[in-house]
Design a protein around this ligand. Structure first.
Ligand code: GRF
Length: 197
């Protein structure tokens, strides 16, 4: 019985696309993406999900978390992946899915993470600091922004003349889009084995 996965998105959905493509290639055998939820009705990620025939839900404020929890429950969701999801989830929300929510962050945590570090801001901070290596991290989600246990990381070289946009693209291509499917399979398999043990 495959682990039923929901992916939470807010924007372009390139990480969602990487997950769906990996699933299509049979690289996430322990899980099945059955729902995509966005807090942004205009998120292109929703188009990507619809094209792939995956159910979608738009859950906006007010009561965003209640709406999301309802959609997750209706779909029998066992695991949640935050893929470019731009809202902070409360301790109450996170506590309903202990060790079952994972997030992709575009830096090598603990660098350039936490409150206010998201999207291009992360890469701008890395360039401003002058680090020579950055990368991406997949971690479990707890109530502290980017604070949960690390699952996997991948380093990416910074090149002379990098702009935040160029660096973001490289980190996506060389790290995020590889790490998230791998982490999804690791966690989906752990949950699957817990169910049958
Ligand atoms: C990416 O930089 C990702 O690391 C961050 O959100 C950005 C957009 O991701 N979490 P996506 O294209 O919407 O997946």
């Amino acid at each position: 019985m495959r682990t039923r996965i929901a992916v939470l998105v807010s924007g372009g959905g390139t990480n969602l696309q990487a997950l769906m493509d990996a699933q299509a290639r049979g690289e996430i055998p322990s899980g099945e993406i059955v729902l995509v939820v966005s807090n942004n009705p205009n998120a292109y990620a929703l188009e990507r999900a619809k094209r792939a025939g995956i159910d979608t839900a738009v859950c906006t404020r007010p009561d965003m978390e209640r709406k999301i929890l309802s959609a997750l429950s209706e779909h029998g969701i066992e695991m949640v992946i935050l893929a470019g999801f731009m809202a902070i989830l409360s301790k109450d929300f996170v506590s309903r899915y202990p060790d079952r929510i994972i997030n992709i962050h575009p830096s090598l945590i603990p660098s350039f993470c936490g409150e206010g570090f998201y999207g291009l801001r992360v890469h701008r901070a890395a360039l401003d600091y002058g680090v020579k290596v950055t990368g991406a991290t997949v971690h479990y989600v707890n109530e502290i922004p980017d604070g949960g246990r690390i699952i996997c990381q991948k380093a990416v070289d910074i090149q002379d003349g990098d702009t935040p946009e160029a660096l973001q693209r490289r980190v996506m291509e060389q790290a995020e889009w590889l790490l998230l499917p791998r982490a999804a399979e690791i966690v989906a398999n752990r949950i699957r084995l817990e169910k049958i043990s």
